[in-house]
Design a binder for this molecule. Sequence first.
Ligand SMILES: [Zn+2]
Length: 188
Amino acid sequence: MLATLWLVALSSLVAAVVFAWRHEKRPPEVLYQEPGWMPAAKSDRWKCIVIHHSASEEGGAERFDEWHRKKGWDELGYHFVIGNGSDTADGQVEVGSRWAKQKWGAHCKTDDEFYNQHGIGICLVGNFNGHPPDTKQMQSLARLVGFLSREFKIPPSHIYTHGGVTGKTQCPGKQFDVELLKRMVAAK
Ligand SMILES: [Zn+2]
């Protein structure tokens, strides 16, 4: 009799432990991100993402920063640059100096300046009129855009290309496939 009671008590205890373990509050899924992607203080200005190519086969944030300053701009106009193995590693994401400050961009001029004021500018190194971005660049871009979309509540319909919004440039090149990017982001 006593042994039966003990057995009942023991199995109840085991059941309780298993129940507690199963219903344990799971930590939220950790979003993939790299150092610098999350600014110290998030701005609520960001409404869309604008993709660019450099139209050059070589480059990186430092070189483009020089180019942009020579044009008389304040600093690198993009918020992020994704390397192609020339100045930086293939698929390496560089965080531009504006991003930490959550500062407006200088990458997508329109009369109302909407895309510079509210668009996060990402530039992939390469000229995608001649060839598409390589796999590592697209994977990094999808991870970055996925992170930014979720953190700043930017829907897929607000992922744009430079030429797509201005109609005045082929940037980011005829072989850049924005629909492929959206599918890659959605799959993550
Ligand atoms: Zn562009």
